[in-house]
Write a protein of this length. Structure first.
Length: 155
């Protein structure tokens, strides 16, 4: 075998092995990806960026957001609801999520339970949430959100 043929053969083997290892690589675990969506949402909220916060939700007309005894359908409608309830940075306060419990239901669907806490000048509302995530176009996004507030003492 001449030098040129040897080089082509070695290059072929390297490409073959590289392709095999890339195909055999396990996909990233979904839990950290989902937790990152929530982390990004809290960071956007805390910057006063409701539009950025909404990037965690799927832009679907079937998005379901249940809170305060009502249900809102649609991404735009949910955005409008948030902007109505939180008209400025002061009303938004500082949001934290905790006690996250991520359950993978299938390669494209996950259920997330957790707690939310909002610190504002007017108080510290908090409560629970249940989120249904779907992997859409390679990204984990919320397709259903049921958020409840804890009872306020004395009410």
């Amino acid at each position: 075998m001449n030098l040129r043929a040897s080089f082509v053969f070695i290059l072929f083997c390297v490409c073959l092995v590289s392709g095999m290892s890339a195909q055999g690589a396990a996909p990233a675990a979904p839990e950290p990806l989902i937790e990152q969506v929530l982390s990004d949402q809290a960071a956007a909220w805390n910057r006063g960026d409701i539009d950025g916060f909404m990037s965690g939700y799927a832009r679907l007309s079937t998005l379901r957001f249940a809170s305060g005894g009502s249900v809102t359908y649609g991404w735009q409608e949910t955005l409008d609801r948030y902007k109505q309830h939180y008209p400025d940075r002061a009303a938004m306060g500082v949001l934290t999520f905790s006690n996250l419990d991520v359950t993978i239901l299938s390669p494209e669907v996950a259920l997330v339970f957790g707690r939310w806490h909002l610190k504002t000048d007017k108080g510290e509302p908090n409560g629970l949430f249940t989120l249904l995530f779907r992997q859409l176009d390679g990204h984990w996004q919320i397709v259903a959100d049921h958020t409840s507030a804890a009872a306020v003492p004395g009410s």
